[in-house]
Ligand binder design. Structure first.
Ligand code: SF4
Ligand code: SF4
Length: 187
């Protein structure tokens, strides 16, 4: 009779002990984190530096020496873009060609970087920024002027078409080795 009467009381104390233990552990974690340095930053007032290899929004560039637009309107980026978000019209000129119009629907871009990789003149680049958040999709339909303005506003990523293609090419022989090979047949 006494054993039957003890059963509910034992269960109650076991559950209470588990509950107190769980609350104690949770409070311990809360207290530990209370004195830790926060890992969050007050963006956009505080901005973390972007990693060297960060590739964000796209932009068009100018030649820093001549001030001319780098884009020659060749449309390679348009052909390679998987979601077909780039549209270019070429303007033919005597010395070189230009892009008459250039539009990029950034809201549908996959950020695959293929357009950058194929560009022969490093005219289209990715920037070290993602700072283009908006609630209006129309703000992300970028025309030529906007793409050039973004290129002036933000720091470009290290990756340009020419650099990326150089990385994928077979390694060039060292100068000394190349000279030695050239001499061998005549010696
Ligand atoms: S990053 Fe890719 S998806 Fe975006 S515009 Fe370039 S090629 Fe198109
Ligand atoms: S951005 Fe580059 S690949 Fe695209 S049209 Fe201009 S020059 Fe050609």
């Amino acid at each position: 009779m006494a054993a039957n009467g003890d059963r509910p009381a034992l269960g109650f104390w076991r559950e209470t002990a588990q509950l107190v233990g769980a609350v104690g552990r949770a409070m311990g974690i809360t207290l530990r984190n209370l004195f830790r340095k926060p890992v969050t930053v007050h963006y956009p007032d505080v901005q973390r530096p972007y990693p060297d290899r960060f590739r964000g929004i796209l932009a068009l560039t100018y030649d820093p020496e001549t001030g001319e637009e780098n884009c020659i309107g060749c449309r390679l980026c348009e052909y390679v873009c998987p979601p077909q978000v780039i549209k270019v019209e070429m303007l033919k000129a005597t010395k070189r060609n230009y892009a008459k119009t250039f539009t990029l629907e950034l809201y549908a871009c996959e950020f695959c970087e293929l357009c950058v990789q194929v560009c022969p003149t490093d005219a289209i680049v990715m920037l070290k920024s993602f700072d283009l958040a908006t609630a209006d999709r129309r703000d992300l339909l970028l025309d030529k002027d906007r793409l050039h303005a973004l290129g002036r506003e933000f720091e470009p990523s290290w990756a340009t078409g020419n650099r990326l293609r150089d990385m994928q090419a077979p390694p060039k022989p060292a100068k000394a080795e190349a000279k030695g090979e050239a001499k061998e047949p005549g010696e």
